[in-house]
Design a protein around this ligand. Structure first.
Ligand code: HXC
Length: 514
């Protein structure tokens, strides 16, 4: 009996050691933590329970039979974050570079299946050289088994991917399907093919960082939702993000005690909108002054900055926030901002998180680049996302709501529940200058002083349309409110909408313009 206990202990010790002390040191020397150290930081103290610590690969080729590491390169199991259940896998780069074997994939699939059965989120910590080369198709099959589960879990449990090392080849598609991707600066990268293949095929010379580092994906591709300075911050921020989310699509997000008064007045909001309607201002200021304790968790802060998305809380309950940002490109809607916001709204809708939309938008971005890039279909994604969302939807127009963008940005017509406007709102088909140029072209051309005439006509157009009253008279705006009372009115509205329930006719699924 003792010999079995000893053997068990020996195997567990081996599992704890992963690929051995030398490789652990190499991992630390790269500024990275090990798979187990990361889990210790991610999960509540003593809450991690491991599955399959002794599982081993079955590969006999390439001398693999003699190379066994209990656990086979991935640490899996469950634990808690602030007392709430979560399933996790953490790839261990010290064992065959964290590469995915058939066995390793079975371990990941096991926690994915359990997460679905228990209705608890899944967090994957990625640090892997990709498919285990020695195993060939068995490894590729393992990836597809994971992808399938990612898709089945989509919209049922939140799935978070934190990329903390290499993530290359087809391996990128598991994180890509999950709800949010976080990346650690300087030590992580994601690409479909690495710099060497790029050079061979396209003759382009590019570093791994330029091709697929955190900064590339956070600013250029939009693949990365959150960047972290290092592994420790990554785990801390992932816990923070997790706290905003429900456990599954039948659950509501957790409610936290809140001592920020729901009727807190913010007189400074009365002067947020500048005198001139072409002057920018920072919409972040409004968001921070409205949500509980100024706590706004921004997603994709460095990508398509003309729109802001992220989580906050109102009276302790999670809300999703979407806001045009007039400080960047005047808050215009373009391809990137439409895609960014659409995906976020769909996440919120899938997981019962009300959406608050702050509107100050001059319209859609004109130009050949946008048209050839497919702004028609990408803009339609945003429209589709708002129209299909059945969670409580609140909209506040702070200044401009022009043209198609008025319709798209959670208008009354798309079944938004409550549409508010500040007195500074301007709701029209287009800005005064453009409108007058089209409507009064001949009048202006034949005037004694065309510039003076144009200005006169613009002023009269503005007087007619640059206010919220025509929309309010029609009921497209439910209420024109004083800016300082914004938080109070939004909080009261969310209380009123708490039990909102919408039944839709059966369909297999819609056909969002992808
Ligand atoms: C088996 C692997 C491995 C792999 C790394 N290792 N990748 N073992 N299969 N895919 C092993 C190495 O042999 C080494 O073992 C250890 O992990 C650490 O690797 P190093 O190369 O020493 O580390 P580093 O210099 O940091 O480089 C990391 C790396 C590099 C950039 C990831 O290892 C690499 O390029 N690996 C191959 C990546 C790749 O092409 N994967 C297949 C992609 S295609 P020892 O014993 O020395 O510690 C793919 C298809 C998926 O994944 C398709 C899904 C549909």
């Amino acid at each position: 009996m003792n010999s079995i206990a000893d053997e068990l202990q020996r195997r567990h010790q081996l599992a704890e050691l992963g690929g051995g002390q030398k490789r652990i040191d190499a991992q630390h020397n790269k500024g990275k933590l090990t798979a187990r150290e990361r889990l210790l930081l991610l999960l509540d103290e003593n809450s991690f329970t491991e599955f399959d610590a002794l599982k081993q690969h079955r590969c006999q080729d390439f001398g693999m039979a003699g190379q066994q590491f209990p656990g086979d390169g991935v640490v899996t199991g469950y634990g808690h974050i602030n007392g709430r259940l979560v399933f996790v896998f953490s790839q261990d780069f010290t064992v065959f570079g964290g590469s995915l074997s058939e066995t390793n994939a079975e371990k990941i699939c096991k926690v994915m299946d359990k997460a679905m059965e228990m209705g608890a989120p899944l967090i994957g910590l990625n640090d892997s050289g990709g498919a285990r080369i020695q195993e060939g198709v068995a490894s590729l099959g393992g990836y597809a088994d994971i992808f399938l589960r990612n898709v089945e879990a989509s919209g049922v449990i939140p799935q978070l991917s934190i990329v903390m090392g290499p993530c290359a080849g087809g391996a990128v598609y598991s994180p890509a399907i999950t709800d949010f991707i976080g990346m650690v600066k300087d030590t992580s990268y994601m690409f479909v093919t690495g710099p060497d293949v790029v050079k061979t095929v396209t003759h382009e010379e590019v570093t791994a960082e330029e091709l697929g580092g955190a900064s590339t994906h956070a600013t250029k591709s939009g693949v990365c939702d959150i960047t972290f300075e290092n592994d420790v911050e990554a785990m801390r921020q992932t816990r923070r993000l997790f706290d905003f989310l429900p456990l599954n699509n039948l659950d509501s997000a957790p409610t936290y005690p809140c001592d920020d008064p729901f009727d807190r007045r913010e007189p400074s909001l009365n002067t947020l909108i500048p005198e001139s309607d072409t002057q920018p201002y920072e919409i972040r200021e409004l968001i921070e002054k409205v949500v509980d304790h100024r706590d706004f968790y921004e997603i994709q802060p460095d990508y398509a900055r003309n729109i802001l998305i992220g989580f906050g809380r109102m009276e302790g309950k999670t809300v999703g926030i979407v806001a045009n940002n007039p400080a960047v490109l005047a808050g215009v809607l373009d391809i990137d901002s439409s895609r960014k916001a659409a995906r976020f709204i769909r996440f919120c809708d899938a997981f019962n998180i009300p959406v608050i939309t702050f509107v100050d938008v001059p319209g859609f971005m004109p130009g050949t680049q946008q048209e050839r890039g497919g702004i028609i279909k990408h803009g339609a994604k945003l429209l589709y996302a708002y129209a299909e969302a059945t969670v409580p939807k609140l909209t506040l127009i702070t200044r401009k709501a022009y043209g198609g963008a008025y319709d798209v940005m959670s208008s009354k017509h798309l079944k938004s529940d409550l549409n508010l406007a500040w007195p500074t709102a301007e709701i029209a088909v287009m800005g005064a200058k453009g409108a007058v140029e089209i409507l009064n072209r001949r009048e202006i051309a034949s005037a004694e002083d065309p510039a003076v005439e144009a200005l006169k006509l613009e002023t009269s157009y503005k007087e007619r349309f640059a206010n919220p009253f025509i929309a309010a008279e029609r009921g497209y705006v439910d209420e024109v409110i004083s800016p300082d009372s914004t938080r109070e009115i939004l909080c009261k509205s969310l209380r009123m909408l708490e039990n909102k329930s919408v039944k839709k006719p059966f369909k297999k699924h819609g056909n969002i313009p992808l």
